[in-house]
Design a protein around this ligand. Sequence first.
Ligand code: HEC
Ligand code: HEC
Length: 289
Amino acid sequence: MSAPEHPHDSGSVGTTGHEWDGIRELDNPLPRWWLWIFYACIAFAVGYWVLMPAWPGLSGYTKGILGRSDRAEVVEQLARLKTLRGAQNARLAKASLQEIEQDPGLQAHALAVGQSVFGDNCATCHGVGGTGGKGYANLRDDVWLWGGTLDDIHRTLQYGIRSGHPQARFSQMPAFGRDQILTPGQVGDLTEYVVALSGRPANPAAVQRAAPVYAANCVACHGPEGRGDPLQGAPNLTDREWLYGSARKDIQAQIHGGVGGVMPAWTGRLDPETLKALAVYVHANAAGQ
Ligand code: HEC
Ligand code: HEC
C-alpha cells in the first residue's frame, strides 16, 4: 500500500514510520528553544532536590541542605505571636480599665482582641455590628439598661443579666396582666400612658386614668418621670430607644407579661484579660458614658 502524494511533503525529513489513514508522522528535530527550556527544567529540579526537602524515604524524607520547613516556620511564628500577645495580655491584666483606655498602644490591642472575641461570642445575639434587635440590647447607642461606664459594662459582662450567676444583674418586672395584678383595662390605659411618656400623641382620658396606677406600680423601677433606673435595669420610657418595640402592642405585651432578658455570664468562659478588652471595645464603640 503506497501513501498518496502529500502536498507539504518536502521529502527532506524522514518519517518515524508511523502512518494512520495516510497521515504520516515526520521525524522533525525538536525546536532548539524548547530543548533548552527542557534542560533548564531538569537542572532546576536537580538543584531543588539538593537544596529543598524533596524525596520521601522509608523514615522521613530528604531534608535538603537549606533545611527549610514550613511547619517549623509556622511553629516559630506562633511562638513569636504568643510572646508578643503574652506581653500585651500581661499589661492588660495589670492595668485598670481606665488605664487601658488612656494608653493608645494598649487600647489598640484591647480593641483588636475585643473585636475578634465579639464576633465569635456576642454577635449571635447582639448582631455583627452590635446594634442588637428586639429583646437584644443595642450596644452602639448611648442608651444603657444597666449603665454605660467602663465598670458598668465590665460587670455586666462578667456576671451577665438574669444569668443565674450569684452576682448577676437581676430584676424582674412583674407580669401585671398575666398575673392579674392589674385589669386589662388598666394595662390598656398604662399603654397610652407610656406612649405619652415617650412624647407621642395618646388618648388623654386613658393617660389621666393611668396616672395613679403608674404611680402605684411602676415608679419604683421606672421613676416618677419614666426615666428608668440603671441599678434595676429598668429602661427609660421617655426616649426613642425600645428594647421590645415602640408600637402600642409591644408596650402592652411587656406590661402584660413582664419579660426579663437573659444575658449569659462570661466569667469562667473568657479569661479576665479578654473580659477587660471586651469592656473597652464595647465602651469605645458605643457613645459611651
Ligand atoms: C444569648 C444571647 C446573648 C449573648 C451571647 C450575649 N448577650 Fe449581651 N445581652 C443579651 C440580652 C438579652 C441583653 C439584654 C438583657 C436585658 O434585657 O436586661 C444583653 C445585654 C448586654 C449588655 C448590657 C446592655 C445595657 O444596655 O446595659 C452588654 C454590655 C452586653 N450584653 C454585652 C455583650 C457582650 C460583650 C457579649 C459577648 C461576650 C454578649 N453581650 C453576649 C444577650 C446576649
Ligand atoms: C421591679 C421593677 C419594675 C417595675 C415595678 C416595672 N418595670 Fe417595667 N421594666 C422593668 C425592667 C427591668 C424592664 C426591662 C426588661 C428587660 O430588660 O428585659 C422593663 C421594661 C418595661 C417596658 C419595655 C421598655 C422597652 O424599652 O421596650 C415597658 C413599656 C415597661 N417596663 C413598663 C412598665 C410599666 C407600665 C410598669 C408599671 C405597671 C412597669 N414597667 C413596672 C422593671 C420594672
